[in-house]
Ligand binder design. Structure first.
Ligand code: SF4
Length: 363
């Protein structure tokens, strides 16, 4: 669907999709949006309110900051407190609470923590500060890993030895499998993440439709994209199909982006990873390969493994698994607000709790 449409045209198309949804939604249908950017778009455009009561949208584990385990947060806070270290990170991470503080508090205490907009910025900081160790906090899904992989490759090639990455990267297919196997989770279909699938393609997630009978549609991020994807999923149900289809055709292809896949494979390897609220998921993380060990912050600083408890009272894990709406957390909007977040789901711009707080409140 073209992006540039007049508002009348958009409204007409939205009405057309909503009418078809109304006609097809003859019995209950629950769809999980896997990606945090979808969660925000759905909340911002009040799409839940526009859909008939038979179509339920629930949020999933698609916010990379939110799924970062408490132990990993305490681990990078430990690293950021080391003398001679400059910690570089995307802005969302600054206010994520660890067991007793966050990066912002550490910075106020004198730690050198800098927000960057790209790994290129982090590399530049490393070049300008040869006497310091510059660490980039690698948090993200398949969408962000290619640029981090490129930065490590450049660092190795150019001998930028004071640059390293603490990899907490995660990949989506294993967590989809976990969700599909969860007998308590009543989800009929998935809005699959458009940007992730632009990198990996659809093959790595086809098992969802084939093995588990859970259809999916790789979806873009405009309101019309999401409505069209809902229509596509309902049509699949009506026609008795279970497939992974692409709605976000202007960006995502079946084969994904082979160049991005290649650089990620060159630098990273699959490792088991802990997800907030979901525990250890086999091969769901990306570790830095031996060839790049000198640029791996975990090895370089011999970082200990932390075993931190979940933040008391915070139900981010249940939110990320689609078991509860954010408003069902007892702390939502009371002890936990974007100004005073208790858990990461209220901090991140892609967090479900932050999206619900900003745009509406519904249980
Ligand atoms: Fe955690 Fe706050 Fe969300 Fe509750 S409202 S789940 S405390 S982030």
């Amino acid at each position: 669907m073209p992006m540039k449409k007049g508002s009348k045209e958009v409204l007409a198309k939205a009405e057309e999709y909503l009418a078809e949804i109304q006609a097809l939604a003859v019995k209950p249908f629950t769809i999980m949006e896997v990606c945090g950017t979808h969660t925000v778009a759905i909340a911002k455009n009040a799409l839940r309110e526009l859909l008939p009561p038979t179509v339920r949208l629930i949020s999933g584990p698609g916010c990379p900051v939110c799924v970062t385990d408490s132990s990993d947060i305490d681990r990078y806070l430990h690293l950021a407190a080391q003398p001679n270290v400059i910690t570089t990170t995307f802005g969302d991470m600054i206010r994520v609470p660890g067991s007793d503080k966050n990066l912002q508090a550490l910075k106020a205490e004198g730690a050198d923590v800098r927000v960057v907009y790209s790994t290129q910025d982090a590399l530049e900081i490393a070049k300008k500060n040869p006497e310091k160790d510059v660490v980039f906090l690698g948090v993200g899904f398949e969408t962000t890993t290619p640029t981090v992989a490129v930065s490590l490759d450049i660092a190795k090639r150019e001998g930028i030895n004071n640059y390293s990455v603490l990899s907490m990267h995660k990949v989506v297919p294993p967590v989809l499998r976990l969700l599909a196997e969860d007998k308590e989770l009543e989800v009929d279909a998935f809005l699959d993440p458009g940007h992730v699938c632009a990198i990996i393609g659809t093959k790595p997630i086809e098992f969802m439709a084939e093995e588990f009978g859970k259809p999916g549609v790789v979806t873009g991020f405009e309101a019309l994209d999401i409505l069209e994807a809902v229509v596509m999923l309902l049509r699949q149900r009506q026609q008795g199909r279970s497939e992974i289809e692409i709605q976000y055709r202007r960006v995502a292809k079946v084969e994904g982006n082979p160049h991005a896949q290649m650089i990620v494979q060159k630098v990273f390897e699959p490792v088991d990873a802990s997800w907030r609220g979901m525990g250890l998921i086999p091969k769901s993380g990306l570790g830095i390969r031996e060839e790049y060990a000198s640029w791996d912050a975990a090895r370089k600083f011999s970082l200990p493994v932390f075993h931190s408890p979940e933040t008391p009272g915070c139900q981010c894990g249940e939110v990320l698994k689609g078991r509860i709406y954010p408003t069902q957390c007892a702390l939502f909007g009371k002890r936990c607000t974007p100004l005073k977040p208790v858990g990461p789901c209220m901090v991140s711009s892609e967090g479900s709790c932050a999206a619900y707080y900003r745009y509406f409140q519904r249980s």
